[in-house]
Design a protein around this ligand. Structure first.
Ligand SMILES: Cc1ncc(COP(=O)(O)O)c(C=O)c1O
Length: 355
């Protein structure tokens, strides 16, 4: 039995997907099967079909992403952002009030939040003081292995900005091979593309990769993300997806961003972000208020201040909003700064010089 069939929650095991009008399909000239409006909406171009429901799943978008990521479209599921990917994975494979996920802390908070919202327990394994994976603790912590269904690894990690060692991820994935999914959240992978775990998917069927167009592709507003995994893994998730999940406009904008010139533009933006990030890092480290600026493989910097609360307050008074990370035990004086355009980076530096 595949891992997907073994781990899928009982409620989904024999559930037949909802048969929406689009899913049932049928070709004709007159479509009166989905209770759509007979008339176009207010002030929208009439030649566009805004009154019609979109495709069940935008196959062209999955194809475009497959081309970009060099994987078969059968292994790509387009979803509404990486956050929905996290939600779908937990709801498909974790039984409420019984199963658990594992996170490597400090990390992206949504894994924990979504699990808690669905009554799924959260096991936390702290990263070590270099923010690397603690492989031994992961192997030992598998004491109650039966309830552990998904391990989330954010790579590069938010909020620490570093990459995890591939060998560590693979050791963890291999130890969990027939037992749990290891989900790699590659939301920031475009800033360090050669470090993707995608080439490992074929040999490690319990690996699942999450991607998004929200970061390097600069499309946070359209809510497009992807789950890349073995077909059986996606098949179970598909059962949960509502009838018309992806707005037509989002699919269209996403496909355009994934065209050859779109990808080239994204890559040139990444280069500019990396240059801005490294420049900011050099300048931040010189400031009296700052103790450490961590190396980053992303579009943000994690900074340890002498007194984070003073810096946060001062910046907020100046209208500069950054992200407090002091709720993490390992990050007591740490703030996270997204890389902005040159003018904005100059402004934050000027403000911090006044601290
Ligand atoms: C690590 C990580 N994963 C997922 C997301 C959410 O991405 P999306 O906008 O695609 O939902 C974020 C957003 O900040 C993130 O940092």
């Amino acid at each position: 039995m595949s891992l997907a069939n073994k781990l899928v929650v009982t409620a989904l095991k024999d559930l037949a997907p909802y048969q929406s009008a689009r899913r049932i399909g049928g070709m004709g000239q007159i479509y009166l099967n989905a209770n759509e409006s007979a008339f176009p909406p207010y002030q929208m171009p009439e030649n566009e079909t805004w009154n019609r429901y979109p495709d069940f799943l935008p196959t062209e978008l999955a194809k475009a992403y497959g081309r970009y990521a060099n994987v078969s479209p059968d292994n790509v599921l387009a979803v509404r952002g990486a956050d929905e990917a996290i939600d779908l994975l937990i709801r498909t494979y974790c039984e409420p009030h019984q199963d658990a996920i594992r996170i490597q802390s400090p990390t992206y908070s949504m894994y924990e939040f979504v699990a808690q919202a669905h009554g799924v327990a959260v096991e936390t394994v702290p990263l070590n003081d270099q923010f690397a994976l603690n492989v031994d603790a992961n192997q030992q912590a598998a004491a109650d292995q039966k309830r552990l269904k998904i391990l989330f690894i954010c790579n590069p990690n938010n909020p620490t900005g570093n990459l995890m060692a591939v060998s560590d991820i693979i050791r963890i994935a291999e130890a969990q091979r027939d037992q749990a999914f290891v989900v790699i959240d590659e939301a920031y992978i475009e800033y360090t593309p050669s470090d993707t775990l995608l080439p490992m998917l074929a040999d490690h069927p319990n690996l699942v990769i999450i991607r998004t167009l929200s970061k390097a592709f600069a499309l946070a507003a359209i809510r497009v993300g992807f789950i890349i995994a073995a077909e059986e893994v996606l098949e179970q998730i598909n059962k949960l997806i509502p009838p018309y999940p992806m707005p037509d406009d989002s699919a269209r904008i996403g496909i355009n961003a994934l065209s050859d010139p779109g990808i080239e533009y994204m890559r040139s933006c990444c280069e500019r972000v990396i240059a801005l990030r490294e420049q900011a890092r050099k300048e931040l480290i010189l400031l009296d208020a700052i103790e450490q600026v961590y190396e980053s493989m992303t579009n943000f910097l994690l900074v340890r201040f002498k007194k984070a609360s003073d810096a946060m307050k001062h910046l907020l008074n100046a209208g500069v909003v950054i992200r407090d990370q002091t709720h993490f035990e390992q990050l007591p004086q740490h703030l996270r700064i997204s890389v902005g355009v040159s003018k904005d980076m100059q402004e934050i530096l000027n403000q911090l010089r006044r601290l």
